[in-house]
Design a protein around this ligand. Structure first.
Ligand code: UT7
Length: 324
């Protein structure tokens, strides 16, 4: 008898300030029409001055713990996916742990850009499967507004700030796919494409924070191909077909990519959780934010099959299959 990670509850948090496409068009050579047509984005949330990634992550974590009915004291593992940490170190996870008033267990960050939450989920799931953790908090939290070049219309219109969190609990498992919990996770990296989506700064190179740079068309091309592959991999590993999936909760980078994945799986649009119109691309926060929305409004119900997928800088990509 081994262990499996049961999803107990999730929560999301978005900063108060909303920036619409029309707001951006006031200072940038862009239009609501272009942004909506090419991406599906209508608005994004932006963190306030003095509001940090750890603050967003803490709000999301508190909501997830409340939804799960779990006391922060029970958490023995915090894994935070972020590419926009408060500081170079300590880990943003350590600050979130402190905000929650916890002083025991392990807390650390993982960095796989937009695939970060799927990576963090895989790490936490493997800790639980190995018997090393009983109650894990998996968080995706980002303030991409701080690393955008607000003069580059090719990138700054695409991203937003936010955080999402998921509480996992170790439960006994006999390995059957009929059980509730994380069924499998699938992670990939091809570092030869590290220069397609990157930040042109960092502590060891320029000594500055730098700005996000992206070859959008190339990343798009890789995303469609790699996401299709990893979704197949997740289905095959569990002897499932696309039609058996109840919910696709994809990374929210581009509505056209999301629709291509829904179509590939043979899912109708109402089985695909879409937040990109309101959240834009919140990198590692996008999947848990979408998950939190669809779980809290009652769309995702216990026993249903939920497929998560994401693709990001690295290039990294991955998928996770859960029975809610
Ligand atoms: O989250 C990590 C993964 N990231 C992704 O998956 C992002 C993948 N890439 C994409 O979503 C798309 O490539 C973008 C949305 C970034 C761009 O869409 P595109 O259809 O690939 O457009 P493009 O970059 O080829 O640009 C087309 C035109 C260009 O003008 P010309 O050269 O045709 O005259 C751009 O200069 O659109 C222009 N353009 C804009 N126009 C108005 C680029 N950005 C804008 C803008 N407003 N914001």
């Amino acid at each position: 008898m081994g262990f499996r990670s049961l999803a107990l509850g999730c929560g999301g948090y978005l900063p108060e300030r909303i920036l619409t496409n029309a707001d951006l068009a006031k200072s940038l050579d862009t239009s609501d029409e272009w942004i909506v047509q090419r991406t599906g984005i209508r608005q994004r949330h932006v963190a306030a001055d003095g509001e940090f990634t750890s603050d967003l992550g803490t709000h999301a974590a508190r909501r997830a713990l409340a939804a799960a009915g779990v006391n922060p004291e029970e958490v023995d593992l915090i894994v935070v996916a972020t590419s926009t940490p408060d500081q170079t170190f300590p880990a943003t996870a350590a600050k979130i742990q402190a905000n929650l008033g916890v002083t025991h267990g392990a807390a650390f960050d993982v960095q796989a850009v937009c695939t970060g939450f799927v990576y963090a989920l895989a790490v936490a799931d493997n800790f639980i499967r190995a018997g090393q953790s009983k109650t894990a908090l998996v968080i995706g939290a980002e303030t991409f507004s701080r690393i955008l070049d607000w003069k580059d219309r090719g990138t700054c219109v695409l991203f937003g700030d936010g955080a999402g969190a998921l509480v996992l609990r170790a439960v006994p498992s006999n390995g059957s796919a009929a059980e509730r919990g994380v069924l499998s996770t699938h992670l990939h990296t091809d570092g030869s494409h590290h220069d397609l989506l990157y930040v042109d700064g960092g502590p060891s190179s320029t000594g500055t924070t730098g700005h996000l740079r992206m070859e959008g068309k190339e990343v798009f091309r890789h995303a469609v191909q790699r996401l299709a592959e990893v979704v197949d991999e997740a289905l095959t590993a569990n002897s499932l077909t696309g039609a058996q999936i109840d919910w696709l909760v994809p990374h929210q980078a581009n509505r056209r990519i999301i629709e291509a994945m829904g179509k590939k799986l043979g899912l109708s649009n109402d089985k695909v959780v879409l937040t990109i119109d309101r959240h834009a691309n919140t990198s590692a926060a996008s999947v848990p934010l979408a998950l939190a929305e669809a779980a809290s409004d009652g769309r995702i119900r216990p026993g249903q099959l939920v497929l998560l997928e994401a693709m990001g800088g690295g290039l990294t990509w991955g998928a996770a299959l859960l029975r809610w």
